[in-house]
Design a protein around this ligand. Structure first.
Ligand SMILES: Cc1ncc(COP(=O)(O)O)c(C=O)c1O
Length: 376
């Protein structure tokens, strides 16, 4: 699909509807082939204008706070599978209005809230499966002394009364072979408890829409799990990244080019720290569209905040860059707009969709009021 970038205001997150649907079709295929329910993790993907589309393919969404649960309820029209690392007391009643499932991160949390859980809501415990392959400590829920998920030795042979599900989250942009190894550890530790539950949630981090992901292997291990635990009525996967993976861009414009040392720096109307924070946190260098790795004109890309580290490596272009040129960062839909900040008073990029009908639809743009209303 050819996007007409000139139609789009800069800076802007641009989702390609066609790519989103392609991801959703693949996820639907997994659901149907393996008899599992896939729900979207809002923490990674919350572009709610597309929630009606998501619902045509997926089974709903997972929330990690009152506001996410409400967004699921209001914009998707279904109740959320909610897991909060800790429930905020003043939110607990309202969160139940928007939730079908509540998962608790510790036994003390469950004991604190269990008598207040409304009828019809299914409760689960998040447990530590005892194994993960997440290299970056910041994203590793199974790191030593992790606060996320109950350790096996803290639960006896029988689940607390009222617990109907077990949940783990131990993957981060991983493949099905990693899931297989996590499941081996999970089943080894929790086999007796798995025989007591109605549902199990394998968390997120299943990057099934990434090129090269072995979908058939995923389906095979999910089916095996289902056969091993016929008592389990529902197996849930809750990826966020996989929904928005490679579905769009952050379009920016070069405002200035400075050179204080060896290499020139293109000063952009976007910021890594404000608009692409995972580049600095993970860290990773995003791709820029339409550039050749062998170009001879090398530039840093600099963000517009005054954070000294608001840049991320260099890129090589075939032509010298000019003020006014567009720089389009690839794969900027998941974990971007959900994590933006207005540090330095920097405005948020607009959000838009390049639709199936080859038209640009501006969904939202921001200004001073959005910045000021977050402060007082
Ligand atoms: C509990 C839980 N579920 C789901 C997800 C979504 O993971 P991903 O976006 O990597 O698929 C996360 C991410 O941190 C998570 O913590």
């Amino acid at each position: 699909m050819k996007i007409n970038w000139r139609e789009i205001p800069s800076p802007c997150y641009v989702l390609e509807e066609e790519r989103l649907i392609k991801n959703l079709q693949l996820m639907k295929y997994v659901q149907e082939s393996a008899s599992v329910d896939i729900i979207c993790a809002l923490k990674g993907y919350s572009l709610h204008a597309t929630f009606p589309t998501l619902l045509q393919y997926l089974h709903g969404a997972t929330a990690s706070s009152l506001h996410e649960a409400r967004l699921v309820y209001e914009k998707m029209g279904v109740k959320a599978h909610t897991y909060c690392a800790v429930y905020v007391p003043q939110d607990f009643d309202e969160i139940q209005n928007y939730s079908s499932h509540l998962t608790f991160n510790s036994l003390s949390e469950y004991n604190r809230w269990k008598d207040k859980v409304a009828e019809g809501i299914s409760c689960g415990l998040r447990v530590n499966p005892g194994y993960s392959e997440v290299g970056t400590e910041l994203y590793n829920p199974c790191a030593p002394n992790s606060r996320l998920g109950i350790a096996r030795n803290l639960i006896g042979d029988t689940l607390p009364e009222g617990i109907e599900g077990l949940h783990f989250h131990a993957l981060c942009e991983n493949n099905s072979y990693t899931l297989e190894r996590v499941l081996l550890s999970f089943m080894g530790l929790y086999d007796d408890l798995l025989k007591q539950v109605k549902w199990v949630n394998f968390g997120g981090g299943h990057l099934m829409t990434k090129e090269g992901y072995d979908i058939e292997h995923l389906i095979k291990i999910l089916r095996q799990f289902r056969l091993q635990y016929p008592n389990i009525e529902q197996v849930i996967l809750e990826p966020g990244s996989a929904v928005g993976w490679q579905t769009g861009y952050l379009m920016s414009t070069i405002l200035d080019i400075v050179q204080n040392d060896k290499l020139p720096i293109a000063m952009l109307d976007v910021s890594f720290t404000c608009h692409m924070p995972d580049c600095l946190e993970m860290p990773y260098q995003p791709k820029i569209l339409n550039i050749s790795e062998h170009g001879k004109y090398e530039y840093y890309m600099g963000g517009l905040s005054c954070l000294a580290g608001d840049y991320m490596g260099t890129w090589k272009f075939e032509q010298p860059l000019n003020i006014g040129d567009k720089v389009i960062f690839d794969d900027m839909i998941h974990y971007t707009m959900v994590k933006t900040s207005t540090f330095n008073g920097i405005n948020l990029p607009s959000i838009g969709i390049w639709s199936l009908t080859q038209k640009f639809q501006l969904l939202n743009s921001y200004g001073y009021e959005d910045y000021a209303s977050r402060l007082s």
